[in-house]
Design a binder for this molecule. Structure first.
Ligand code: C2E
Ligand code: MG
Ligand code: MG
Ligand code: MG
Length: 273
């Protein structure tokens, strides 16, 4: 009896394993096709400057127009990273964001910046060549390109990261530390990594103004960054109360549903006008 039941459980286990494996294989080949068929699309979430009350830039966020509709990055970026597909996808993102940014900046008086997310797999010496190539073929002004990296990306090899950040900044581009406060970098690294922007993670903004800890953490990040001459960007700004607190605390830029969701390029163009 015990054996029989064991066998049933085992069969159950293997069939669900097989299902997982074949789902992954399907997704992997679908991702490969998606690149060839140009099914990826960048959405752009506006960023606003508190001191000037104007739209000053955006973050490019990838979407996949798959056979069953729009797929969000959390559903396919992890597998793209595991399979190495993030390398060609990431190169496409860089070039597409620069191409679009150049179109916008030809038409606007005050240039806007475009931020691109870079995953750990992409963060290696070849990234310098990929960024330079995207800038060269599009003519986008390097000063308007921002690369977003997370603490864990930088911490996996601190010395290598310091060198790579240095080389990237020599291209004239800027670096933002994404999801700041959720990783495990200590404050000492804010000195070693030369950074232009800190993005305060949404989980801290969410608690403002009721949660006294979130209030303390957010204002402290803003103060430290200001003293280190690093700009602060609040992510996930959803309410007027968030906005008023951040403005009073001296945060530089804000991004979130209170202003806009990530928008397709043509809708972002309308916002610019
Ligand atoms: P992230 O870089 O931290 O991007 C911010 C995420 O928060 C985005 O989710 C954005 O849509 C969402 N968001 C913005 N404002 C609000 C708000 O007010 N409330 C809430 N609840 N959410 C808000 P999204 O677009 O699903 O992207 C998720 C993550 O996927 C990004 O996190 C980033 O790590 C990654 N990702 C997106 N595009 C790319 C890409 O082109 N390359 C790589 N390597 N990763 C990407
Ligand atoms: Mg980001
Ligand atoms: Mg973020
Ligand atoms: Mg995030």
């Amino acid at each position: 009896y015990a054996k029989g039941q064991g066998r049933n459980n085992y069969q159950c286990f293997t069939s669900s394993m097989n299902q997982k494996v074949s789902e992954r294989l399907l997704l992997e080949s679908a991702l490969r096709d998606a690149l060839k068929r140009e099914e990826f699309e960048l959405y752009y979430q506006p960023q606003y400057d508190f001191s000037r009350n104007r739209l000053c830039g955006c973050e490019a966020l990838i979407r996949w127009n798959g056979p069953d509709g729009l797929v969000m990055p959390d559903r396919f970026i992890p597998l793209a990273e595991e399979t190495g597909l993030i390398i060609p996808i990431g190169a496409w993102v860089l070039e597409e964001a620069c191409r679009q940014g150049e179109i916008w900046n030809r038409a606007t008086v005050e240039p806007i910046s475009v931020a691109v997310n870079v995953s750990a797999v992409q963060f290696r010496p070849e990234l310098v060549v990929e960024v330079r190539n995207a800038l060269d073929v599009t003519g986008f002004d390097p000063r308007q390109l921002v690369l977003e990296v997370t603490e864990s990306v930088l911490m996996s090899d601190v010395d290598g990261s310091v060198r790579l950040l240095q080389q990237l900044r020599e291209l004239g581009i800027r670096i933002a530390l994404d999801d700041f406060g959720t990783g495990y970098a200590s404050l000492a690294y804010l000195k070693r990594f030369v950074l232009d922007k800190l993005k305060i993670d949404r989980t801290f903004i969410m608690g403002i103004p009721e949660d006294k800890d979130d209030v303390a953490i957010t204002s402290s990040i803003i103060d430290i960054a200001r003293h280190l001459n690093i700009m602060t960007v609040a992510e996930g700004v959803e309410t007027e109360a968030h906005c008023e607190f951040l403005r009073a605390a001296g945060c530089n830029l804000a991004q979130g549903y209170y202003f806009d969701k990530p928008l397709p390029a043509d809708e972002f163009s309308n916002r610019l006008q």
